[in-house]
Design a protein around this ligand. Structure first.
Ligand SMILES: [Zn+2]
Length: 85
């Protein structure tokens, strides 16, 4: 029982980890910036980049930091690169 439990735990953790990697933090739509820029808010709500309107895909982000940044600004990887270099 114990060994099986640990095996299952391992499998479950792996599944969750994969899901985590594919999921993106959702930008907080209550931020003042989205009130100032309704167009950006519209894009984010539609799953698009706040600034260029390109469709957002989790795999387009190169690392967790970029995903985190998306969760803040709603910007795609390319727009982040353009701004942060
Ligand atoms: Zn963009």
């Amino acid at each position: 029982m114990t060994k099986k439990y640990f095996e299952d735990l391992d499998v479950i953790n792996k599944v969750f980890k994969e899901e985590e990697e594919e999921s993106l933090p959702k930008p907080d739509m209550n931020k003042p910036v989205f009130k100032l820029y309704p167009k950006a808010a519209e894009n984010v709500k539609a799953g698009k980049c706040a600034t260029c309107g390109k469709e957002i895909k989790a795999k387009d982000f190169k690392d967790d930091l970029s995903k985190k940044e998306y969760g803040i600004s709603g910007m795609c990887q390319k727009c982040q690169d353009d701004i942060f270099g």
